[in-house]
Design a binder for this molecule. Structure first.
Ligand code: GCB
Length: 607
């Protein structure tokens, strides 16, 4: 019997990957504000088509996987991999544009980075990933720290106990294979860039630190002008008696609070009349951000925070109590000049300055949370943001794990960006086919989004379902869950452009309306008649007809045409024209402006 038990234990040990206990901790707010160490730079990588670094030849997880980072100890030792002799890749990046052989690759790649550390007893070290697409497992010095799915949101592990003096090794297994039950699902119209696509850093925090904080104008209204500020904090430990001070020197404001037994602070405080007089609200014309210092016990860090309100009234969107027309454009999180995941402030500034030139005060960051720099740069430039999760097309509505995955991505998107004044809309889905299961899934998700953040607007990009006799009728059960009714329409591209002047629109909801997509493809520099597909003239005419049609939609509060820049998509295969690019950009991949760019710009000038 004893023998059987020990044999079973041996088999289990061989089958289970070593130390699968998760070191994941809730996402830290404003990780970049702490002292830390960037792990960006060159990482060794191994392409592992059959995942032999993780599974044995019976497809069981092996304890001798690549995460062990083994080296031969004796001449006869058989070890069939070597990270240190493998090529390197710059991180953050997508592998598709870094290694020609990996352009179409969807599968597993292993990454390894060594770094020097000094373990610090008085601090916690968090290992923070800005995003890894799609499925990742991380090991520090051979111990697994956790498993994460979802390719566009940050996550962090407490690795304090795993660090040792001197050289430490991080190994990450990244797998970007698509599956029907994933979010997004198996099909989507953008490039499935794989890899450690955003920054990696070590974040040094005190033993008791602020997991989250929020500072913003309260929803409560006083004669159209808000007088109160809401401030909340959640510590990583449920401990009472910690002092937290928030100060805004420019407003001569300083307040101290003490945490309750849950390690939280939840307060509202009034501004003095002198502070109120000075307070400049954040808006596109004056994107005022205040330097804010927050200290907890003896540690202090900084953020830049803007103050504004956003709400709807009947069919209007009100920013700081005044109606605003959202002059927007949709954007993918892709670098100009050859594609790849955009992952720097410079990428963000390039894309957003094109949007500015177009006359935009708003961008739809499609179809997943973008790099944090996109949101932060937009905030500095006075550009409002719609942020969304990749609940796109045919999601596995009945699968509870798929729901949990979507909810987790929503939670982390909101957790990362809820202190950004320019984010005004959380969008929970795009063009999803109607069914009772879809309604249940999205209804639950919308309610959940509102429970996390009731200060912003909820929306989703819907579709027009009834379109007979040139009457387009929006009929979506999700209308009751959203604050803003948004829908995509492609008259002039997937439907005849000559229909545009005949169209009427019925949107039977007393809510603001955003046309979240319209557009058509054109190759920059290709000219011809206006009925010649792919010419700039075709796209120009499509914009002229659509904008005239949009002007007739009652309650139209904004639009985000599809799309700012041509972007890579494996679905777009027409040789000589598309060559794996979706060509609906108003600028080419190199930033060359197509004729339609100027049509939209002119229209925005009148708004
Ligand atoms: C859509 C999708 C978008 C596509 C676009 C197109 O409706 O929301 O992701 O890229 O159409 O170009 O067809």
């Amino acid at each position: 019997m004893k023998k059987i038990i020990s044999t079973i234990l041996l088999i289990m040990a061989a089958v289970l990957p070593m130390n699968a206990a998760s070191h994941e901790v809730p996402l830290i707010q404003n990780a970049r504000a702490y002292e830390g160490m960037s792990l960006n730079g060159d990482w060794n990588y191994i392409v592992d088509v059959q995942e032999e670094g993780y599974y044995d030849y019976r497809m069981n997880p092996t304890r001798w996987g690549f995460f062990v980072n083994a080296k031969p100890q004796k001449p006869e030792d058989l070890i069939e991999y070597d990270f240190d002799k493998s090529p390197t890749m710059r991180i953050p990046s997508d592998w598709n544009t870094q290694d020609e052989k990996l352009f179409f690759y969807e599968g597993t790649v292993w990454f390894k980075k060594s770094f020097q550390a000094v373990p610090m007893d008085d601090y916690i070290t968090l290992l923070y990933f800005g995003a890894v697409n799609y499925d990742s497992r991380v090991w520090v010095n051979g111990k697994e720290t956790g498993h994460h799915i979802g390719g566009f949101t940050p996550f962090n592990y407490d690795i304090s106990d795993l660090l040792k003096e001197g050289e430490n090794v991080i190994i990450v297994k990244v797998d970007n294979k698509r599956h029907a039950e994933d979010v997004p699902t198996q099909i989507f119209d953008w490039w499935n860039y794989g890899g450690i696509t955003r920054d990696v850093m070590l974040v040094k925090v005190p033993k008791v630190y602020m997991e989250d904080y929020s500072l913003q104008l309260s929803k409560k209204e006083d004669g159209g002008r808000r007088k109160e500020i809401s401030f909340s904090v959640k510590l990583n430990k449920k401990e009472a008696g910690h002092k937290v001070t928030v100060s805004i020197p420019e407003l001569k404001l300083e307040k101290t609070f003490t945490t309750d037994a849950n390690g939280t602070i939840d307060s509202q405080f009034s501004l003095l009349n002198s502070q109120l007089k000075k307070l400049q609200l954040w808006c596109p014309e004056n994107p005022k951000l205040y330097q804010v210092q927050i200290s907890l016990d003896t540690s202090t860090f900084a953020d830049e925070i803007g103050f504004r309100t956003i709400e709807t009234h009947d069919k209007q969107i009100l920013l700081n109590g005044k109606p605003i027309f959202l002059k927007g454009i949709s954007i993918h999180n892709e670098k100009p000049n050859g594609g790849g995941r955009a992952n720097t402030a410079e990428d963000a500034r390039t894309l957003l300055s094109w949007a500015k030139e177009l006359g935009c005060n708003f961008v739809r960051l499609a179809h997943y949370p973008h790099h944090e720099e996109m949101v932060r740069e937009a905030e500095k430039m006075g550009i409002l943001v719609w942020s969304e999760i990749p609940v796109y097309w045919t999601i596995a509505w009945k699968n509870p794990k798929t729901y949990d995955n979507a909810q987790r991505q929503l939670t982390d998107m909101i957790a990362r960006d809820h202190n950004r004044a320019n984010v005004i809309i959380w969008s929970i889905a795009n063009e999803t086919p109607h069914s009772a299961e879809r309604d249940a899934f999205l209804g639950k998700l919308a309610k959940y989004a509102r429970s996390l953040d009731n200060t912003r607007l909820i929306s989703m990009a819907m579709e027009v379902t009834g379109a007979s006799n040139y009457v387009n009728r929006l009929n979506d059960n999700m209308n009751e869950y959203v604050d803003v009714v948004s829908f995509n329409q492609y008259i002039g591209w997937y439907r005849d452009v000559n229909d545009a002047p005949k169209m009427t629109w019925e949107i039977p909801y007393n809510k603001p309306v955003i046309i979240s997509e319209f557009g058509g493809g054109a190759k920059y520099g290709y000219h011809g008649a206006k009925n010649q597909r792919w010419t700039e003239e075709f796209q120009e005419n499509l914009y002229i007809e659509n904008l005239a049609m949009l002007d007739k939609i009652e309650g139209l509060s904004g639009t985000t045409p599809w799309i700012l820049k041509d972007f890579r998509s494996p679905r777009r295969v027409l040789p000589g024209i598309q060559d794996y690019y979706n060509m609906k950009g108003l600028v080419s991949d190199k930033g060359e402006k197509k004729k339609a760019f100027y049509i939209l710009k002119q229209w925005y000038d009148t708004k």
